[in-house]
Design a binder for this molecule. Sequence first.
Ligand code: PLP
Length: 453
Amino acid sequence: MTSEHRRLGSNGAPSHLFYQTRQRRPLVDRAEGIYIWAQDGRRFIDGSSGAMVVNIGHGNPVVLEAMRRQMEKATFAYRLHFENEASEALAAKTVEYTWPGMDKVFFVSGGSEAVESCLKMARQYAVATGQASRTKVISRFPAYHGSTLGALAVTGYTALSAPFTAMMQEMPKIPAPTAYLDRDDLTMEQRGLRYADMLEAEIQRQGPDSVLAFIMEPVGGASTGALVAPDSYYGRVREICDRHGVILIYDEVMSGAGRTGKFLAAEHWPARPDLIALSKGFGSGYVPLGAMVAPDRMVQPVLEAGGFQHGYTYAGNPLACAAGLAVLGEIERLDLVGNAARMGDLLKARLTGLMDRYPFIGDVRGKGLLLAAELVADRDSMQVLPKGLNAYDRVVELAYERGLIIYSRRTRGGTEGDHFLVCPPMIVTPVQIDEIMAILTDTLDALAAELNL
Ligand code: PLP
């Protein structure tokens, strides 16, 4: 055991907690708006909304009051014994954000559970409709869909799945559409089609009758650094799925609930998925909450064939749903989807402006307030920085020391590469964006000096 793993608790004694994080972090004291304070008095800007979770900001009084009212009535009532008003109301509100036919909601307590639910719904629908040969779910590499074994099987992130591959059915992967890296004569639209056609090829390789579903993040999250495919990708993927009877699942755990400047990232393109996984911003960190949204045309055959064989004890509990309902209410009342679009444009322009100052920023991408910048050795060739520099880790640490929380990963397409994400809560103001940019600039100056960039 290395000293890194000997964490000390707040009283200086060995801690009984363990996480996968290496650094000991300060104890949290309180949080309000886009800010979060440690017990030692330091104030941080939550420039990543936690893990792209706290979409409406911390300490929203309307949500806290709704939770308090629900807590005083009933915090838990099991769904086999009672219906509850909050879950009915939240389901009704959730489908308002979708499109005709998308009218059923299945609540869960997190993103992995939402993804598991989509996988199981797809499978049960196939069985119920005489397509039992369909078992394979194609996904992309890199991608993150969760840490439970089912979600991990479609997660394209080797380090996370490696210890478990012998225990699970690893699913086929196609490359994520990293068209921005390609140095060919094609237009972006042509590249989009080329990446989508990799799905067609994979379906053919696997055997069309064996393919159940394709799962993707419409705007990528941490694993790809807010990757957006060329517009042509989305329609072609839909068309390929339709042609082969493959169910299209959008994992909107990170991109949903307004983060990309639309309530669902799916709304940026005409193509629509069959199933949607939601979490993170959906409960905005006030409670563990997630959902699968599904069309009645898929749910009914499953129910008629004996029911959906799936569920979690805490799913749809009144407290979580009351909080979720208030979160959606605040998103509407404060026009936070519109603000995410407006502030996202502003922040993206400011991040893009950094490219003039720092030649090691190779790309700035994303939509709304799901934004990332990629760090490279050379912008023209998009050559990655040496792994040993740990640039993705250092940028986060240098920002943290300066009171700004950002998020980062070392994953890029088929190779490793460094990117960081700047995704503040959707309540962020222009003045606060100035504040974020000032710290970020100071951070990148320090990174350049430290790593000799
Ligand atoms: N899907 C996506 C796109 C995510 O970003 C995440 C978490 O980061 C998950 C699924 C898993 O969510 P959770 O950690 O709540 O299980």
